[in-house]
Design a protein. Structure first.
Length: 427
């Protein structure tokens, strides 16, 4: 096998030059021996989030009680919306924070299909996150029975051909809904190009930003995007199950109606009117009382992202993934691995997928070594993908080096044979 000393020296050299390395200290890390490469599923805990949760529980809830609605909580969603808007390239009055990604997608798909009611084609792709497809399938089954969902397929299982998407879109296309970055392969669409495809045919488009926001610069206004949804618990480090967000461009807001009529989307929620009168702004997409504890915990992660800068985060992400791919090509491809992510950097998000027939057992050997080695946490996606998520705010180049070196040793020494194939509930 090739000598890895040069890779080690390069990792040390790059870490010394890394301007974002200081942000690692902003996160709660109780085990310096653990290498965490699953920030594309759940981001690390910002230290300020721990402090903030204590304040919200002890002071705002514990001491101020219901007074905190006026003192702290009623403006919380709007303040967070303004910060998320900066991260996804939108105006602050175009973003609502609250509910889950699936619920927000439901609201937008329903409303979009209601606007384009004379069209019956919905387009997505085979890379889209399954729950997004479930939401669409459910709406077709329950409300839009004359509609058909058509999926763009990949020729190589890694990328999508946007020219084929263009051929699928017609004057019968009501809606296109895609993940900006694919959850398995990390393929990234050219948002501007796809938005133009939709616009030219009069179709509406919804983007799922869950695997891009916070790691990839998103420019919703600049690319003329209609709508978007996204979670806050991956690269935005908002916490497990943290509330999601939605975006609707200003020109569309008055045309769209939230299908879930609830008091927080009412023009005057505390008038307690028996008749529904929807808000005239982005808050018409709210539903019920927000989950304050989880909503509050989002803010420190947003602040860190804004402070670091999206362009700087992206620059480091690409440099780290290029370093990782170079190591994979030299050390892992000869051992039966393949790279299941785009090699072109402008087509790739912030995670790299590997494939191997023994991917599941290899990932378990990384997570739970039988000896005194560091634990390395990636994630596994069936049938045979190991996703290595790079979170530039806290991952180092040395993390990347040690991860690929460990994978090499697990396979060369057949360490994975010590692990069974029984799948854990969460992989």
């Amino acid at each position: 096998m090739p000598d890895t000393k040069d890779f080690y020296k390069k990792a040390i050299e790059l870490d010394k030059k890394d301007d974002l390395s200081k942000f690692r200290n902003a996160f709660f890390i109780d085990d310096e021996r653990l290498i965490y490469l699953d920030g594309n599923s759940l981001g690390r805990l910002p230290k300020k989030s721990r402090e903030l949760i204590h304040e919200v529980v002890d002071k705002q809830w514990g001491s101020s009680l219901i007074n905190s609605w006026n003192e702290n909580w009623m403006g919380l969603s709007g303040r967070l919306s303004a910060k998320i808007a900066k991260i996804i390239g939108a105006h602050e009055d175009e973003v609502f924070v609250g509910d889950s990604t699936s619920l927000n997608l439901y609201k937008l798909v329903y409303s979009a299909l209601s606007i384009n009611k004379d069209r019956n084609q919905i387009i997505s792709d085979s890379f889209n996150f399954p729950t997004d497809l479930y939401v669409i399938q459910g709406l077709i089954d329950q409300q839009f029975k004359n509609h058909d969902l058509e999926l763009l397929k990949s020729d190589d299982g890694i990328t999508m051909d946007e020219s084929k998407l263009k051929k699928m879109v017609s004057d019968q296309t009501a809606l296109i809904t895609l993940s900006h970055v694919a959850f398995k392969s990390s393929f990234k669409y050219d948002m501007k190009q796809v938005n133009k495809i939709a616009y030219d045919q009069g179709a509406l488009i919804i983007w799922d930003l869950s695997h891009s926001a916070g790691a990839v610069p998103v420019k919703l206004n600049e690319t003329n995007a209609d709508m978007a949804v996204g979670c806050t618990y991956k690269f935005l480090n908002g916490g497990p199950g943290a509330p999601a967000y939605l975006y609707v461009k200003k020109e569309l807001q008055q045309k769209m109606m939230n299908p879930i009529w609830a008091w927080f989307s009412h023009q005057k929620a505390f008038s307690f009117s028996p008749d529904y009168n929807p808000s005239t702004d982005i808050n018409r997409f709210a539903t019920a009382t927000p989950s304050i504890l989880s909503l509050a915990a989002i803010e420190p992660g947003l602040d860190l992202t804004i402070d670091a800068g999206l362009n700087e985060i992206r620059e480091k992400s690409l440099a780290q993934s290029e370093f990782m791919i170079k190591m994979i090509k030299e050390l892992l491809l000869p051992l039966g691995f393949s790279i299941a992510s785009p090699l072109k950097s402008d087509q790739r998000g912030s995670h790299v997928s590997l494939q191997h027939p023994e991917s599941y057992r290899i990932s378990q050997a990384m997570i739970s070594p039988k000896d005194d080695l560091k634990s390395i946490i990636p994630d596994f996606r069936p049938p045979n993908n190991i996703r290595l998520g790079i979170a530039p705010l806290y991952n180092s180049y040395l993390d990347v080096y040690e991860t690929i070196q460990r994978i090499k040793n697990i396979v060369l020494e057949e360490q994975y044979l010590k692990y069974d194939l029984t799948r854990k509930l969460v992989t």
